[in-house]
Write a protein that binds this ligand. Structure first.
Ligand SMILES: Cc1ncc(COP(=O)(O)O)c(C=O)c1O
Length: 299
């Protein structure tokens, strides 16, 4: 066949994924609308408990998107201006954006060509160099920061991504993190139901996040879920997802759970988490003052 007669090959686009909505989901949504409880309520609490059981962790916190969950997890990890977070360059942009939202610096470490996920050997090398400082550290920094040390903070976390449902090699990553006191935030947005050595993706690091966008394995339209065994992270994120209101309601319990982490090596501005804790203390105190103004109390 001559090339002049061959027609261009066209094929219909293959969708990456599509929502699987049945009558059951439709009737459940209608029932939720009819209940009049349209934000945080018993349905969400049940959903959170089911996800926590499924993943095998103590806490699950429903959030408005995977990005929102990753952002809260980044704040809970104490990431502040200039702080470094190691992550994967092969991901949806949200896994780097959540670091940038806190003015942190994403450090991209290359992926294993077989899994497409963070190469644990390179992660360990990057951690060693970033903590060593000087020329060793500069090699991993974005080009704009390679020639100056000012503005570069501490290495705070590792954020592996389980791309397309394929779990990252978590054991060596967690081991490296534990050896250096770093938080592990799993971006499991594409990986609900994925298993790594008989454990569930999202429930292996300190905190994991799932997304329920329509192209995910499960969808709520928009939505996400943060999972953790860490009481402090769970309560802080539960509070932050709702403008600190949960903290205000739970008062002292939350204040105790949000007790600031060990003092940083250098003076820093208070993290958002600490500010949230103080806010809760303040509102507790404000409430006590208002109680004192009641006639019965002033007698
Ligand atoms: C790897 C990854 N991280 C984060 C997100 C962000 O999730 P969402 O779109 O719900 O904000 C997605 C979703 O597209 C994702 O695929």
């Amino acid at each position: 066949m001559s090339s002049s007669t061959s027609a261009p090959i066209t094929s219909p686009p293959v969708p990456m994924s599509g929502p699987d909505i049945t009558e059951l989901e439709v009737s459940s949504v209608v029932a939720a609308l009819a209940s009049g409880c349209l934000s945080i309520g018993p349905q969400l609490e049940e959903f959170e408990q089911r996800i926590a059981r499924l993943i095998g962790v103590r806490h699950a916190v429903g959030v408005s998107s995977g990005t929102a969950g990753l952002h809260l997890a980044t704040i809970a990890a104490g990431v502040e201006t200039g702080d470094l977070v190691i992550t994967s360059p092969f991901s949806f942009v949200a896994s780097a954006n959540c670091i940038l939202y806190e003015r942190g610096i994403p450090i991209f470490v290359d992926v294993d060509p077989v899994t497409g996920n963070l190469d644990p050997g390179l992660v360990s090398e990057a951690v060693r160099d970033l903590l060593a400082g000087g020329a060793a550290r500069r090699r991993w920094l974005p080009p704009a920061l390679r020639h100056r040390d000012s503005g570069v903070g501490r290495l705070k976390a590792i954020l592996p991504v389980h791309a397309f449902g394929q779990p990252a090699d978590m054991d060596p990553i967690v081991e490296t993190a534990r050896a250096h006191g770093l938080t592990v935030i799993e971006d499991a947005c594409e990986a609900i139901g994925a298993e790594y050595k008989q454990r569930n993706a999202g429930g292996i690091g300190d905190v994991g996040v799932f997304a329920f966008y329509p192209n995910k394995q499960m969808t709520t339209g928009e939505g996400g879920m943060l999972v953790t065994d860490d009481e402090r992270i769970a309560m802080l994120c539960r509070s932050m997802r709702n403008q600190g209101r949960a903290a205000a309601r739970l008062g002292e319990i939350v204040a105790a759970a949000l007790a600031p982490p060990p003092p940083p090596r250098r003076p820093t501005r208070p993290s958002r988490g600490q500010r949230e804790a103080r806010l809760s203390e303040k509102s507790a105190r404000g409430t006590v003052k208002r109680l004192r103004r009641r006639p019965a109390d002033s007698e």
